[in-house]
Design a protein around this ligand. Structure first.
Ligand code: EPZ
Length: 405
């Protein structure tokens, strides 16, 4: 019961921060979320010679001088999405050295599509162990067909094509809102990118970009997490700034499960007072389907819903591991391959659980809010990668929640 203001989007901010490397001057970003992944990207930008001044949610990035091309291993392995710096570095300096980021707890995280797209633009990669060296004498426009609409590979291809000679056509692009945002930012800095947010993007290479300012849009996954929290726990909330138009499938699902939803350009109002009904069989998919990043929070709502539910994860091959921790609270989730099944409503019992990754950690907190008795969620650092302050936000929505350092 209450109101929460939705922070800026992690997955919109990170690619725009990478894109600032293409600008031989100052880029000013506002409404940048104060999360550790943004801090990590700030360190990566500093490591290649950019000057980054952070004042709360405002970032001033001066990439006038990019003096180094090595991305430090500690940051690349900590944050796999740092691989989108490769395209920007090749675009700016024609070379980049980085550690293959490898898999993580939500599944394999290959970068084959990233490397294939960059090779088609003229980059040559040599591998020494898991060190990758990328060089490009020149970058030339190409016709790239992605084998899957990968968000990161789409971003990398666009970033490397912006300063290439000639025109690049990218087919089977990811359509996530963060791609549209990145392309809008780039055009505001003098690039010529058409079709951002559609399955086909055209980039006409330009000789250089110029300084610009950009406001990061609200985070649809943070908004979706808290909306699902209201579904699971019951109550009513106003999520101010929530980007309703980017959550269409999730809002339809919430209504199917018995919630009342009202949405306008100011945000989303959600109430769940009656019975939470099972939606039957769900699956995650590429935008605009139900996002994989909301799969784990949704597991909490499904085990609280009346009836049998299933949720099939179609994007990552290791993202259902959180079910094991949820089951320690009594969630009754059975996992078979990439499908999770449960029959609710389950009365969750508070206990100590451990977060292993960002969205699974957020799901454990939501489960703790719904459970009888106290829960402790360890490894808060994983949650702080993407949520500015989940304790602050859920407390403002009426949860009995606190944290110990
Ligand atoms: C982005 O990751 C997001 N991260 C993820 O959010 C999000 O879950 C994902 O897109 C899907 O929407 C950022 O934007 C920083 P993909 P990304 O490339 O780009 C496979 C969060 O919680 N693949 O669309 O890494 C890959 O293994 C994070 O905020 C290849 O096989 O996702 C996965 O199975 C988690 N080869 C699928 O494609 C490649 O070269 C989709 O990955 C690239 C990807």
């Amino acid at each position: 019961m209450g109101e929460a203001a939705i922070q800026g989007s992690k997955n919109a901010a990170l690619p725009v921060m990478a894109a600032s490397v293409l600008v031989p001057g100052v880029t000013v970003l506002s409404n940048c979320p104060e999360i550790s992944d943004v801090s990590c990207m700030c360190e990566l930008l500093r490591s290649v010679g950019a000057k980054v001044v952070r004042e709360g949610r405002k970032l001033v990035i001066d990439a006038s001088r990019i003096s180094r091309c090595h991305l430090p291993e500690e940051y690349v392995t900590r944050m796999r999405s740092s691989v989108i710096l490769a395209g920007a570095m090749l675009g700016r300096c024609r070379e980049v050295y980085f550690q293959h980021p490898g898999g993580c707890v939500i599944g394999d995280r290959p970068i084959d599509m990233h490397l294939d797209a960059l090779r088609q633009l003229g980059a040559v990669f040599t591998q020494d162990g898991d060190h990758l060296a990328g060089r490009a004498g020149r970058l030339s426009g190409a016709r790239i067909i992605l084998k899957f609409p990968s968000v990161g590979a789409t971003e990398n291809a666009v970033l490397a094509a912006v300063l290439a000679e000639g025109t690049t056509e990218i087919y089977r692009c990811a359509k996530e809102p963060e791609i549209r945002a990145l392309c809008s930012f780039l055009n505001g800095a003098g690039a010529r990118v058409f079709g951002g947010g559609s399955g086909h993007i055209t980039v006409e290479g330009v000789s250089c970009l110029h300084e610009s300012r950009w406001r990061v849009e609200p985070d649809r996954i943070v908004a979706g997490t808290y909306l699902i929290g209201v579904l699971a726990a019951g109550g009513r909330a106003r999520l101010s700034g929530a980007p309703a138009r980017q959550l269409t499938e999730v809002l339809k699902l919430a209504q199917r499960m018995g919630a009342q939803i009202a949405a306008d350009k100011e945000g989303i109002w959600v109430e769940r007072s009656g019975e939470l009904k099972s939606p039957g069989a769900l699956e995650t998919g590429v935008y605009p389907e139900i996002p994989t990043d909301l799969q784990s929070p949704l597991l909490v709502a499904l085990c609280r819903a009346q009836g049998k539910s299933s949720l099939t994860e179609r994007i990552f091959n290791g993202r259902l591991a959180v079910a094991e921790e949820l089951n320690r609270m009594g969630a009754g989730i059975e996992v078979e391959g990439n499908c999770a099944r449960t029959q609710g409503p389950r009365l969750l019992t508070g206990c100590s659980v451990t977060a292993r990754e960002l969205r699974g950690g957020a799901a454990l907190v939501l489960a703790g809010v719904c459970a009888a008795g106290y829960s402790r969620v360890y490894n808060r650092r994983f949650i702080d990668r993407g949520y500015e302050d989940i304790v602050r936000d859920l407390k403002s929505l009426g949860a009995d929640i606190g944290s110990e350092t």
